[in-house]
Design a protein. Sequence first.
Lengths: 220, 505
Amino acid sequence: MSSRDIILGRVRRALGDAAGRTPEPYEEYEAAVDRGYLREHGARTTEQTVDLLAENLADYRAIVHRTDGEELPLLLMRLLAESGAQNILVPPALPPWWLAAADPVRIHDRAASTPAQLDKADAVVTGCAVAIAETGTLVLDGSPDQGRRRITLIPDHHICVVRVPDQVVSSVPQALERLDPARPLTWISGPSATSDIELDRVEGVHGPRTLEVVLVTGAD
Amino acid sequence: MSGTFVGMPAFPKAAHQAVGNATLRANLRHATHTIRDKRAKAVAELDDWARLREAGKQIKDHTLRHLDHYLVRLEETVTAAGGTVHWAADADEANRIVTGLVKDTGEAEVVKVKSMATQEIGLNEALEAAGIRAYETDLAELIVQLGKDRPSHILVPAIHRNRGEIRDIFAREMGSWGRPAPEHLTDAPAELAEAARLHLREKFLRAKVGVSGANFMVAETGTLVVVESEGNGRMCLTLPETLISVVGIEKIVPTWRDLEVFLQTLPRSSTAERMNPYTSTWTGTTDGDGPQTFHLVLLDNGRTDTLADDVGRQALRCIRCSACLNVCPVYERAGGHAYGSVYPGPIGAILSPQLRGTASEIDASLPYASSLCGACYEVCPVAIDIPEVLVHLRERVVQGGEFTRHGAKVTLKPAQGHAAERAAMRAAGMVFARPGLLRAGQRLAARTRRVHPRTLPGPGRAWSATRDLPKVPGESFRDWWQRTRGGRDDGGQGQQHGKKTGSGA
């Protein structure tokens, strides 16, 4: 008997048939869970939701900037110049005009690039899939303006551009509705941190230690 | 579960040693109190906390009731997404599978994401025996590994170490595992984090095999979820070519939507954050992004035995947040090591004796490692009634009876050490069932109260050595009630045995 059969047999014996089990649990799944919890916490205007996102991002030590489509290239140029970045990683389909004014050398992430090669990059600029206001979270889904998961992980400085208000939702339940589970997702809430020393949050372990978020209007 | 720490004494003995360690007590007190207040604040932000908690409980209960169905479904979806599913009935089998998979890659080292399941099965030791080096990459796990120590907390395994001790371990040990700690390392937490970053970087960049656990597995989509803070998880989940995840069978949720409950309750309960810094989700393999080979090892190791117990199975709802540890007065004083398991604290006291059985001295003593104050139940985000299970397991230890071990029904004999307790309970049961006998006994006790000893004789001596015996009142409640007709003839004044009258009369 395979271990698969052993385990499934044990589960079935443990539960017995008398427990009122139906052969098709999805039928009773809907009724089994009371979804009376909130879809979002509090009522806000779109503008207030974006403000809450900015506030919660900053609360977890992300650096937040706000701009419009016209000013975006200049802002990105300034942020990269101030950080002293020489090389930046860019996802395959970042809108080229975002970095039209930026000086650093672009490194493209090719399938054959090794992590050690990518480690040479000082910063990365990406878009995002969804941002969650209540938790101050950015979600990346590997779309062409965000790239492979590793490019937002290896460099020490991540600049993430969020198109507001379109990409902003209030809550975790709303974010999950928008996301495709088949894609590899990375949820980011502030820079890399740890609570492992005396249960106190310290920023800066393995992921980017500087997270800058640009909330941009009219960038489509 | 092979995780019994060898030669582990029973909880009272181990705890006795721990409470004598002033540094340990100070470290634990500082850390647990810090996180307690923060958690309360993070939870208070959500008006619907009680409903989220109830929904989390219902999702897990529903899943457990149909676990066979959801396991098969998960196997289908993970396989369809490009993963390979393995089944491990116990720790040894899981270790054999993982060791074999690593050997097949030809690699002699792996990087690891912090995982309770791999701790539970002793995977690092098994790999070591096969000549494979496993590098722990979570900061706290690294501290434990470098310090040749044992974990003492679910979330923060090195909670028993303060920053000074961590500095010393890094300065002393890092060199023999790879890049040494920077010279003149101080005990500033930011510097210690930086030292870990530098030390582990080269290991991440060259790693070909990653080993992880998972916080959730979604049956409907085949998606696995890892919740973390540092980015070491992301490194291990995305940079290697091969990823091996060892996950307990109870970690399933039916649908993608179910994550909306747990991704709200878990971070607030564990690190008291609105959201943890990083959460990774992946479904099988993705062309051109991350590991191109993915193995999922589904682990039983006592979980189906736990499932067979109607009362005890609620322990399988646990999402390993560790909120119950942080509020527990016993954990705060005794520390995690006294529990003799990778699962310490209140949840460990009900999980370890069920996963491992109650044959060893430590496991038989764990259900007693509690004052039954109920704080753990209060904070549990999936509403596990830990006190209820503790009492249930105490009954099992004392009375014996039928339970399931390795999938087979076995009958446990009553524990020998509890013979006096059992005799006392039997006598009490008999007296309480016969009102006349109870009355006679109470009157006798009241009349002889002057000559009552301060300590109990015989087997009761140990109990009364640290407790004051209750004073026997001069008149029993029943006699008082009959004499005064429930206080009405007592002029509303108090009565002779010091209890307040009235409210219930």
